[in-house]
Design a protein around this ligand. Sequence first.
Ligand code: C5P
Length: 232
Amino acid sequence: MVVPAAGSGRRLGGGAKALVRLAGRAMLAHAVEAMEANQCTVAVVVVSHPDALDATAKLLADEGLAKVTALVAGGPTRQASVAAGLRALPPEPGYVVVHDAARPLVAPGAVDRMLELLLEAGLAGVVPGVPVIDTIRRVDEAQRSTGIVDREQLRSMQTPQLFVREVLERAYRLALRDGVEATDEAALVELAGHPVQVVPGDPENLKVTTPLDLAIAETLLARRRGAGGGFP
Ligand code: C5P
């Protein structure tokens, strides 16, 4: 399992985004704990901003996150960071998950359910997506509308994304060879010629990017705590 956490968090006021606190705890700790809660998780590689390596190492030790096997420095893009994480995985597991530290509200059992489906259906990859609720329109450079996009056919992609390991590793090798850059693993795996199965995502598994997202995430966590839902 690879957790890219090397984003700079400019829109959250600077500093390492993964270390921004949410309900009293770093976002990264929420995300890693939820990943560790899956029975299938045997190893977690955390990819941190090069400037935040020491602080991240201390955090992981303080939080006692037992399945973290490596902490490595990320690169200038998410894709470069994930590639660094993949290189640091132990040789054993045949499946690999990538989960953004910026999604701290992921449900703890999400990956176990996705792996069950992948194995049952013999899939190369399983990725969560949620329906698009806004009306989506194309515009040209002058912001003139050039047409509407049928949102019924669209999904907003989330993480965790799960793949057969050799499929994802090959997709990353091909992307490096061809100079392709994408914002998620599904795009690279598809470009490498493998079908990817989209399963219903979780609307609460939001990506924390702006101060507004942070406020919403705080509210959702407080509600879960109030409900005694057993979430971190
Ligand atoms: O930038 P974006 O919001 O797409 O980031 C998604 C995830 O990728 C975040 O968890 C962020 O920490 C990570 N990331 C990274 N290395 C980068 C940029 C983003 O690990 N250079």
